[in-house]
Design a protein around this ligand. Structure first.
Ligand SMILES: O=C[C@H](O)COP(=O)(O)O
Length: 242
């Protein structure tokens, strides 16, 4: 069983046309896996990035079209050349009150359209301190397990992102990341199948940098990274190539 290492960038609500022009020059000819950009820049990026780069959106709604003011459908993402969507990011869960069930509904919808999903999960600092890390992650994942079929998991990458490590500079230790990733894999084996557990990539997100990525990458259950702030810098390529 081989899991191909996966490195995605999540720009969050950052970027501009000038930024994209500069970045595309520094990334020219280089290979990364994917970039998660704001909706409005996806068509522009589709035009300037290497064709073997995957574009990701950072959210989508659960309908193809209709009276849903302000929403973007999975169908629209496909229409502008986007193959991936990040769902369940902690910022969506906390700032926009997305429930586990809504994230699961979005995941089911996106997969049904043919999008691949980076499914985020992770605990708050107080949940970790209360010894609830695994219970929280299991609860977030269980909603999705109930909503999609075992076969769907081949198009899902699980991103474990401890909320206390996101944008804080306080990266999880390799041991902390490995412990949760191994537990997520055991959860997938128990609740879906050993094959899904073996084949699903579980990537880590939270203050990943070129400096800390090599040691995190050395953990057996860390199959890649979802990179926020550091994906906005040319040195993102150092993480991709680590
Ligand atoms: O999706 C990415 C994560 O939220 C990590 O963000 P960060 O690398 O800025 O901590």
């Amino acid at each position: 069983m081989t899991r191909t290492f996966f490195v995605g960038g999540n720009w969050k609500m950052n970027g501009s046309k000038d930024f994209i022009a500069d970045l595309s020059k520094s990334f020219d000819g280089q290979k990364t896996d994917g970039v998660g950009a704001p909706f409005v820049y996806l068509p522009l990026l589709a035009g300037v990035l290497r064709k073997d780069w995957s574009l990701a959106a950072q959210n989508c709604y659960v309908k193809d079209s209709g009276a849903y003011t302000g929403e973007i459908s999975g169908q629209m993402l496909l229409d502008v050349g986007t193959k991936w969507v990040i769902l369940g990011h902690s910022e969506r869960r906390s700032l926009f009150h997305e429930s586990d069930e809504f994230v699961a509904e979005k995941t089911k919808y996106a997969l049904s359209k043919g999008l691949k999903v980076i499914l985020c999960c992770g605990e708050l600092l107080e949940e970790r301190e209360a010894g609830q890390t695994q219970a929280v992650v299991d609860r977030q994942l269980l909603a999705v397990v109930k909503s999609i079929s075992p076969a769907d998991w081949k198009n899902v990458v699980v991103a474990y992102e401890p909320v206390w490590a996101i944008g804080t500079g306080k990266v999880a230790t390799p041991e902390q990341a490995q412990e949760v990733h191994a537990a997520i894999r055991a959860f997938l084996a128990k609740n879906i199948s050993q094959a899904v557990a073996d084949e699903t990539r579980i990537i880590y997100g939270g203050s990943v940098t070129p400096d800390n990525s090599p040691v995190l990458k050395g953990q057996p259950d860390v199959d890649g990274f979802l990179v926020g702030g550091a994906s906005l810098k040319p040195s993102f390529l150092d993480i991709c190539n680590a």
